[in-house]
Design a binder for this molecule. Structure first.
Ligand code: IMP
Ligand code: MG
Length: 176
């Protein structure tokens, strides 16, 4: 499949407003406490860049993970780190920053793995919380937008590595 038909869903203005609200909420939550923000590559990279610059926290550290599936195809496959954290998160407040939570499998794996390292707290902010296909019980502590159905691209989100740099988030439908 080459190109997709794109229909705007969340404009850059709507995204900016919501990211500002999330940053304010997160700043309040961790007031005066050191925080490690963890970007889940690649999809969260643009959200992460916008969000962390608005978090008011003098002891904010940034780190990055990249996960990959292996085994029996991407759906049934197991997950592993393609890039792990550099930071020792023991006894630290950790905030995972993800683009989309869909089935929840990716975040269930990541949160379980990070929890085993003994952080002081572990929370999840996701730009989009898709609940239609949830399989793993993942709680999004700070949801940006909730979406019932549809495949979305832009603002970091891809379809076959395309469309990540679009400033707006659009619903993508295959064109044939
Ligand atoms: P999971 O199903 O919750 O494990 O989601 C796995 C990954 O699929 C997410 O981290 C996203 O990167 C990606 N994903 C899920 N839904 C969408 C979408 O609508 N657009 C782009 N990527 C998506
Ligand atoms: Mg992702």
């Amino acid at each position: 499949m080459s190109a997709a038909a794109l229909t705007p869903l969340y404009t850059r203005e709507a995204i900016a407003a919501r990211v500002g609200e999330l940053a304010a909420e997160i700043s309040r939550q961790y007031r005066g406490e050191p925080l490690v923000a963890v970007c889940v590559l690649k999809g969260a990279v643009i959200f992460f860049a916008d969000l962390v610059r608005q978090i008011d926290n003098a002891e904010l550290r940034l780190d990055f993970v990249r996960l990959a599936s292996y085994g029996e195809g991407s759906v049934a496959g197991r997950l592993r780190f393609e890039r792990d954290l550099e930071t020792d998160i023991r006894d630290r407040h950790v905030l995972v920053v993800e683009d989309v939570v869909d089935s929840g499998r990716t975040m269930a794996f990541l949160l379980k793995t990070l929890a085993a390292r003994g952080p002081r707290s572990l929370r999840l902010v996701a730009l989009v919380d898709k609940r239609e296909r949830r399989e793993a019980p993942v709680r999004v502590d700070f949801p940006g937008f909730c979406l019932d159905r549809g495949f979305i691209v832009g603002y970091g989100l891809d379809y076959a590595e395309l469309y990540r740099a679009l400033p707006d988030i659009c619903v993508a439908e295959p064109r044939d």
